[in-house]
Design a protein around this ligand. Structure first.
Ligand SMILES: Cc1ncc(COP(=O)(O)O)c(C=O)c1O
Length: 370
């Protein structure tokens, strides 16, 4: 199928499971297929050390698309469709220079025919960060150096008001809003089908890296709606100021209200029934900081997925998974690692470097911390 942008290798999935479960949602919810699903499930406790006391599985959202996988793809099926339905022609976002959301916006934005503008703030420079920046540039995104968090916020405002006539659509870091979160309520229904088909046991715990918390909130709402007592454990990848009980509670309630308002008969309020917790011990000094444990886990991620991990998301998730599995109260439990970092990434072309603006060239020359 040809889209407004480039040709997409179009997945076969005709509609999200959520539309069958909640017909009231479909009428006013734009959706564009991006995910090649269902994503696989695999047993991993014999591949990773430190999981001896539990039965561990992995959900391979890292392979959610051959363009670029990870936990933005399901979210963008709803979010980018909603931008399109509003007539917006440009996506405007912000993130660290290694931001996976920035990469997903550059790649899927281009695939669906949007212009993409992004403000990128400083963070520890890793090999992954350099590659991410080159991918953003090569995908034709307009890149703006953000500097620190405050200057990034100011530049973001100016990025948003410039060329407003084109219809600028704002995607905040993490995009933890109810529309994007529908992607992971839907993902929970996909997992339930796989459990029903006998592909894996119903997990007692789901572990995933957590930042803006939309994915955690949506999975826990989905589990509650299914009537599962599964606890969703977010391995914190951002400091408490960004990821805490207050922010998560607010995202859970907003997403719950969104679903209830659209199909009140089938989606009864679930916010009081969600089961989630945070695992803070893998974070270290902060977002993107390469802790010794995370560095050591980079190669173990390769053994699991076929591609090396990196210290911000996947390696810390593995460290967190081990910490959760080691708790005596979790002995014998079934734990599902929801793999949220893409294993697929486009190779930046030979001219990518020349597309990085002068104020961001320093990133490509900086020493790598991991
Ligand atoms: C690979 C990866 N895992 C997990 C997360 C965290 O997801 P959320 O922001 O929904 O908490 C992100 C967010 O950027 C991510 O890129």
């Amino acid at each position: 199928m040809h889209t407004r942008g480039v040709e997409l290798p179009l997945p076969r999935r005709a509609r999200p499971l959520l539309f069958d479960a909640l017909p009231g949602l479909e009428a006013n919810t734009p959706w564009r297929v991006l995910v090649h699903g269902p994503t696989g499930v695999e047993r991993i406790d014999r591949t990773v050390s430190g999981l001896e006391g539990v039965e561990a599985w992995m959900k391979r959202d890292d392979l959610a698309s051959p363009i670029y996988g990870g936990n933005k793809v399901r979210r963008y099926e709803f979010l980018l469709a909603s931008a399109e339905a509003r007539g917006c022609r440009r996506l405007v976002t912000a993130g660290g220079v290694a931001s996976t959301q920035a990469m997903a916006t550059a790649l899927f934005g281009r695939a669906l025919g949007f212009a993409v503008r992004m403000v990128l703030f400083d963070q520890p420079i890793t090999r992954f960060a350099k590659q991410a920046l080159l991918i953003d540039a090569d995908a034709g995104a307009e890149l703006i150096a953000g500097g620190n968090h405050l200057t990034t916020a100011l530049r973001m405002v100016s990025a948003l008001v410039r060329d407003r006539k084109d219809g600028n659509f704002l995607i905040l870091p993490g995009a933890a809003n109810p529309v994007a979160n529908l992607g992971y309520v839907d993902a929970m229904l996909e997992l339930a089908q796989q459990v029903e088909a006998g592909l894996l046991p119903r997990p007692d715990l789901i572990v995933l890296p957590t930042g803006s918390s939309g994915t955690l909130a949506a999975l826990s709402l989905g589990a509650a709606w299914l009537g599962w007592d599964t606890e969703v454990v977010g391995v914190r990848i951002t400091p408490w100021i960004a990821t805490n009980r207050l922010t998560i509670g607010q995202i859970v309630r907003a997403t719950d209200r969104h679903l209830h308002a659209r199909d009140p008969a089938r989606w009864r309020p679930q916010a009081g029934r969600v089961r989630w917790s945070l695992e803070p011990r893998a974070l270290g000094p902060g977002y993107g900081h390469p802790t010794a444990e995370a560095r050591a886990a980079i190669e173990e991620v390769r053994a699991l997925t076929g591609a090396p991990g990196e210290v911000t998301y996947s390696a810390k998730a593995l460290v967190g998974l081990r910490l959760v599995a080691a708790e005596p109260r979790h002995r014998g439990k079934t734990i599902l690692l929801w793999n949220t970092l893409s294993t697929m990434r486009p190779e930046p072309g030979p001219t990518a470097r020349s597309k990085v603006p002068p104020l961001l060239q320093w990133v490509l020359d900086a020493p790598e911390v991991a």
